[in-house]
Design a binder for this molecule. Structure first.
Ligand code: ARG
Length: 464
């Protein structure tokens, strides 16, 4: 049997393998709400403009609500022979609404329909993701405030560099996530134009009101070029690009959690809620959730690459290739959502080992820069000379196998005779972080102020 939605010129039905490769209903059924929302807006516009009779539109609207209720209740049977969500809904509409159903597709094509559905789905999902990012930022800022003064080693090259505070480190991720929110908001703003009414690619001869459907669906305006309307997937690409950057941020943090929870580092502890055991090694506490967040970034980035490759060779306007936008987009945004939830859970769960962090903060001659700065400030040495003198003192301490603060004054004066007792004041890690009061620096007072600023911003309602 030929397809009842488009089979007029076809004598027989498709080969089984044709049907299998062509069908998208297995994954696009999740667009059902957006599809029905779009159809309701389209039908109302067709009535308002007099393109359809009110009675037909009333039957269509009633029928669409019945179909929605059936899908919601799980009693709807999706059919692969009907290819996709659009034709599954419309076919069922014919059963429940009779001949009026056949008029719904006036001045519309599946090309503008699917573009509209996808924009609505991506927009809905970005709104949910924005809320989740804000929640993760709140969890981080709260933890940062609680540990604004907890000293830990700051790293470059994963080598001890200078002492920082745990709160300051966490707030670095808050900054990244704040930019992620900005990127999603930018993508959402550009996405928010309605392709419905572009029809197949050229627009339509019916006197439709695209401004009306755009407004009904919460779009800022209709898209301006009908060819672009059906061939554009930038909105999905932008969402995936923002998602990829965000997933990369989560992955970096996840990697730190993996490192920090090793017995060798022991910087933080996750409770049983966020660790798993090993089936053979009874002592193990594995940070699986963090490892999975780290790995899932690969899927998100993969979806971006996948869709870029799908789109790069397509002539205008629509091509069936574009049906391949869906699985990757759905999967990537859902994966990001799960990763955000897992990260928020881990942040709230994690307990830093403050004593251990402090001890580690002092290792690796981490206050060497403070010593060099003292030589500059007190002895008025040029920084380059101070750097050199400090290097010699570090070498001496390494030779003696002690920290800088444990060198004797005599030892120090052996390298630079003008050094006085006063220098020991700057060699402690607490003093070191307290002195970093420059804007954006790690001084606990700065960290508290920044954490409070974020918490205030995050609690305020977001401007549209
Ligand atoms: N399932 C299709 C998709 O996802 C809908 C559009 C089909 N359009 C067409 N001309 N065959 O892209």
């Amino acid at each position: 049997m030929s397809n009842r939605m488009w089979g007029g010129r076809f004598a027989t039905g498709p080969d089984a393998i044709m049907e299998e490769i062509n069908a998208s209903i297995g994954f696009d059924q999740r667009l059902w709400q957006q599809d029905i929302r779009g159809s309701l807006a389209h039908a109302a516009m067709l009535a308002e403009t007099g393109i359809l009779r009110k009675a037909d539109v009333a039957a269509i609207e009633k029928g669409l609500k019945t179909v929605a209720a059936e899908i919601e209740a799980g009693t709807f049977t999706f059919s692969r022979a009907l290819e996709d969500i659009h034709m599954n809904v419309e076919s069922r509409l014919k059963d429940v609404a009779g001949t009026s159903a056949g008029r719904l597709h006036t001045a519309r094509s599946r090309n503008d329909q699917v573009a509209t559905d996808m924009r609505l789905w991506v927009r809905d999902t970005l709104d949910a993701i924005d809320t989740q990012i804000a929640d993760l930022m709140t969890a981080l800022a709260e933890k940062a405030l609680a540990f604004s003064g907890a000293v830990m080693p700051g790293f470059t090259h994963l080598q001890s560099a200078q002492p920082v505070t745990f709160g300051h480190h966490l707030l670095a991720y808050v900054e990244m996530l704040g930019r992620d929110r900005g990127r999603f908001a930018d993508a959402r703003a550009r996405l928010n134009e309605c392709p419905l009414g572009a029809a197949a690619l050229a627009g339509t001869s019916f006197p439709i009101d695209r401004h009306m459907t755009a407004k009904a669906l919460g779009f800022d305006r209709p898209t301006a070029n009908s060819i672009d309307s059906v061939s554009d997937r930038d909105f999905a690409l932008e969402a995936l690009a923002a998602a990829s950057i965000c997933a990369m941020h989560l992955s970096r943090f996840a990697e730190e959690i993996v490192i920090w929870t090793t017995p060798q580092f022991g910087f933080i502890r996750l409770t049983d809620k966020f660790t798993t055991g090993s089936s053979i090694m009874p002592q193990k506490r594995n940070p699986d959730a963090a490892e999975l967040v780290r790995a899932k970034a690969g899927r998100v980035i993969g979806a971006l690459n996948g869709l870029l490759v799908v789109m790069k060779g397509l002539p205008l306007a629509y091509a069936k290739d574009m049906q391949e936008d869906k699985e990757g987009t759905f999967d990537a945004l859902q994966t990001l959502s799960l990763s955000l939830a897992a990260m928020a859970g881990m942040v709230r769960d994690m307990e830093p080992d403050v004593k251990r962090l402090k001890k580690a903060a002092g290792s690796g001659f981490s206050t060497a820069t403070d010593l060099a700065d003292w030589l500059v400030r007190v002895l008025e040495m040029p920084f380059r000379d101070a750097h050199h003198v400090t290097g010699r003192l570090v070498a001496l301490a390494a030779e003696r196998n002690v920290g800088l603060e444990k060198l004797s004054l005599a030892d120090m004066q052996g390298v630079e005779p003008r050094i006085t007792d006063d220098v020991f004041g700057v060699l402690g890690v607490e003093r070191s972080v307290k002195s970093r009061t420059s804007y954006g620096g790690t001084a606990p007072a700065n960290v508290r102020a920044q954490a409070r600023r974020w918490l205030k911003r995050l609690a305020a309602p977001r401007k549209a």
